[in-house]
Design a protein around this ligand. Sequence first.
Ligand code: FES
Ligand SMILES: [Fe+2]
Length: 355
Amino acid sequence: MIADSLILNAWYAAGLAAQFPTGELKGRKIGGKPVVMWRAADGTVVAFDDRCVHKRMPLSAGRLLENGLLECAYHGLCYDAEGACVKIPSQPDGPIPARAKLRPYSVIEQDGLVWIWPGNPEKIGNCQPPRTPEIVSEEWDTVCSDTLRVKANYRLVIENLLDITHFYPLHDGNIGDEANSRLPVRFEEKIIDGNHTIKSIRHAENYKQPPMMVDWFGLETVDRDHTHHMMNPGLTRVEIRVAPPGKLGAGEDRGYVLYHTHMPIDREHVEWHWVVNTPAWYRHADGSRSVAERFSETFPSVVEEDRWALEKQQAMFAYDDDGYSEVPLKADKAVMGIRKLFAAMEAEEDGSFLR
Ligand code: FES
Ligand SMILES: [Fe+2]
């Protein structure tokens, strides 16, 4: 069931690189697992099971010592950045039990995001976290949201992001209108960096933009390309390009690349970040700030509408189906593709790791 689905064998963004300053402990719940993370002295971000090997005390409630060791707050066992216990205050002459090692999680820092693989590391194979080059490029202005936590399964967020027909009525008057729902859509499925991706593509001509987009892009009527691309279970990339009618692709396109990270906290909660990138050359109409900054002022109200809907939708899964089943519409083709893909991924989960 979508409301309690969980894929562990995938890369998820545990946060933005800037959220991991050196020496700061982070206690996280990722895919239902307790995880402690920190940026070690050599600059790499490490992640381990957050349970002290001694008596399950959360290590994230401990502290990092000057010498870089992680000290448990309960009886003072100390661990190095490889997760090995190297000190036991109550038995200074040893021995340190061989099993006194923290279970590590694979972490990759790439393009401004910190990715974690909460599942079986043997299943990583050639699967890489999706690329997000705009986040670290000088040619783009980038603004990141605060961390959003929504009481809904992360798959409902993914389905929401691939489904533009909810812009009316959920986002009517800001980024949505009914004309948007009628735009024809096509789909592409591709393997990129070892990830099965699904993309919805919409092209519109002489499209009268809704108010927020007029404000961001400074144009009432545009030709527009709009794509929503699930790059892996942890990231959806949205790209919008607009230009005056007849001018799309002529070198002055405006728009954004908007990344959504969706990391399952557990089966019923998702951690969500959005990261908007706008071309550095293009400023907001009043000239005082980049379009990314202007976007970050107005877009949170849109996300609050999504949160409102997602939490209500999640709550309805508490009822027995009792003969009920959803009716998919033509525009739900991408969502149906995602459901098929996740069903295949779920079948591949080995079910034995960390459960
Ligand atoms: S629980 Fe961590 S040292 Fe005892
Ligand atoms: Fe939405």
